[in-house]
Write a protein that binds this ligand. Structure first.
Ligand code: HEM
Length: 477
């Protein structure tokens, strides 16, 4: 069966009966992915009963992302228990597109401008924590990956729910959330959620607690927005759109004519639905954002030339006053900082591939048809490291976005996927990261103490340095 499915594409000549390369699947190595991609534009592997086709070629990756008649995103079954069985990300086709249309306005730059004050406060609190953590460790290096996960979790909670969520709840979620990721072992094989003290069991408990907290916040938001308050977080905007839509429908139903249609006409969502949806944002964001943050701080500590220029640009944008809070026009004006963030996302793309499922036999090339039920995985990494498109792809070079032609290579920019399910936050992420690193550059000094594992890549849902980023932070004089 394996050989029949494999057909003409590259892949092992035989499969170990039943399990296949199970051990590799449990402990994926980045180098194994590189080797798999290098083996051909389409290659395959089979683990247990699953037949998996990897598309390393850029155009084939686009084809998988953009063939909704044949493919849909595929997450491990446990994801439904963690995210909620009715969560919108599991919708397909028109119902998915419609749900998504109602969420898109929450990520425009205009909406983002209202989230920035809350984000600035999270950065300030965590930068103090970075310094205090280093001081408590006698300014010796520590793996900061865990704190980078925390800052991103806090950032998401505050951006999503503003002050509706208590500092204690943010802290608890930030402390516990990684268990939800560990439970899924996204790139691996999950175990049962029912066995106490296993990763999936812990993950499910964490997810349930977060869902409950988020639903409470949704209710508080509805009460506050009913008073006509100005929106300051994502859920405020969403609930305001619901209220505006309700009012519109009532007026039309009452027979009024000439009623202006709201720009985002949506139905009303329950507190539980709001909680589930915002949980999908947290889930989608957490690992990818933490990965990007970790590499950003590690790489800038190594590249003083880049950090100096970024500092200079951020100070100038604040008119020489390094304590001036950021705002949207300022963030949009930071050309060099934006180039640094883009280069980081290209050089160390947090998401190296996205698993899809072939919902029917999928003729991906004239010579090969992915069998129905197989996983088909469009890869993002090879397109972002193609030497013909990004010369010296393994060099971190922000200037390629300013003086080079990287900006024009839009087809290779697969950092955020492509097609109907591409990342909802593809504009939000670069702006938020620019805000974080700009403020950090002005307020902090940090140094990286390299180990022999610093450049080794660990795959934990996304990419991380194997040693967890050994850093020391201090306040800038
Ligand atoms: C460095 C940060 C991030 C990266 C690299 C990233 C990347 C991605 C990728 C590759 C996908 C799959 C795209 C596809 O299947 O075509 C995705 C989906 C998604 N992302 Fe992101 N993401 C990031 C941060 C975020 C954040 C901060 C949020 C929300 C606040 C978010 C929300 C989503 C959602 C909701 C989806 C699923 C969309 C759908 O199914 O329609 N992401 N992201």
């Amino acid at each position: 069966m394996y050989l029949y499915r494999k057909g003409s594409i590259t892949g092992p000549r035989f499969k170990v009966p039943f399990t296949g390369p199970f051990i590799q699947a449990l402990h994926p190595k980045f180098e194994s992915y590189l080797a798999q991609w290098a083996s051909g534009p389409l290659s395959c592997v089979s683990v247990f009963h699953k037949f998996v086709v990897l598309a390393s070629d850029r155009d084939l990756a686009h084809k998988v992302f953009k063939s909704p008649t044949y493919t849909e995103p595929c997450i491990v079954p446990l994801a439904k228990d963690i995210l909620g069985h009715k969560a919108w990300v599991f919708l397909q086709g028109k119902t998915h597109a419609e749900y998504r249309r109602g969420l898109t306005p929450l990520f425009t730059n205009k909406a983002m401008a209202t989230y920035l004050p809350a984000q600035e406060k999270v950065f300030a609190d965590y930068f103090d924590k970075f310094v205090a953590t280093s001081q408590a460790n006698a300014n010796q290096p520590l793996p900061f990956m865990t704190l980078f996960r925390e800052i991103n979790c806090a950032l998401s909670c505050r951006t999503f729910f503003g002050d509706y969520i208590s500092p204690a709840a943010v802290k608890k979620i930030a402390d516990d959330y990684y268990q939800a990721t560990a439970a899924l072992e996204l790139v691996n094989v999950p175990f049962s959620i029912y066995i106490p003290f296993t990763k999936p069991w812990r993950g499910k408990r964490t997810a349930d607690a977060v869902h409950a907290e988020f639903a409470k916040c949704a209710a508080a938001c509805k009460r506050n927005m009913a008073t006509g308050a100005a929106p300051t977080c994502i859920v405020d905007h969403w609930v305001r759109h619901m209220f505006e839509s309700n009012r519109y429908r009532e007026r039309v139903a009452a027979g009024e004519t000439d009623v202006e249609k709201p720009s985002n006409l949506i139905r009303e969502f329950t507190d539980v639905e709001i909680s589930e949806t915002l949980f999908t944002f947290l889930f989608a964001s957490q690992d990818a954002s933490s990965s990007a943050t970790t590499w950003l701080f590690q790489i800038l500590a190594q590249r003083h030339d880049v950090l100096d220029k970024l500092r200079e640009e951020n100070l100038a944008a604040r008119g020489g006053d390094r304590n001036r809070p950021f705002d949207l026009p300022m963030l949009e004006s930071l050309t060099y900082t934006a180039a640094v963030v883009k280069e980081l996302l290209r050089y160390r793309p947090p998401v190296i591939f996205v698993p899809y499922l072939a919902t029917k036999a999928f003729p991906i090339t004239p010579d090969y048809t992915v069998p129905k039920g197989a996983m088909v995985i469009p890869s993002c990494y090879p397109a972002l490291h193609d030497p013909k498109v990004y010369p010296n792809p393994d060099t971190f070079d922000p200037d390629r976005w300013i003086t080079g032609d990287a900006e024009s290579k839009t087809k290779n920019w697969l950092v955020f996927g492509a097609g109907a399910h591409d990342c909802l936050a593809r504009r939000y992420v670069p702006l938020t990261m620019a805000a974080m690193i700009g403020k950090a550059a002005l307020e902090l000094n940090w140094k990286h103490v390299a180990t022999d594992k610093s450049e080794e890549i660990r795959v934990f849902a996304t990419l991380f340095p194997m040693d967890g980023a050994q850093l020391v932070f201090e306040k800038r004089p």
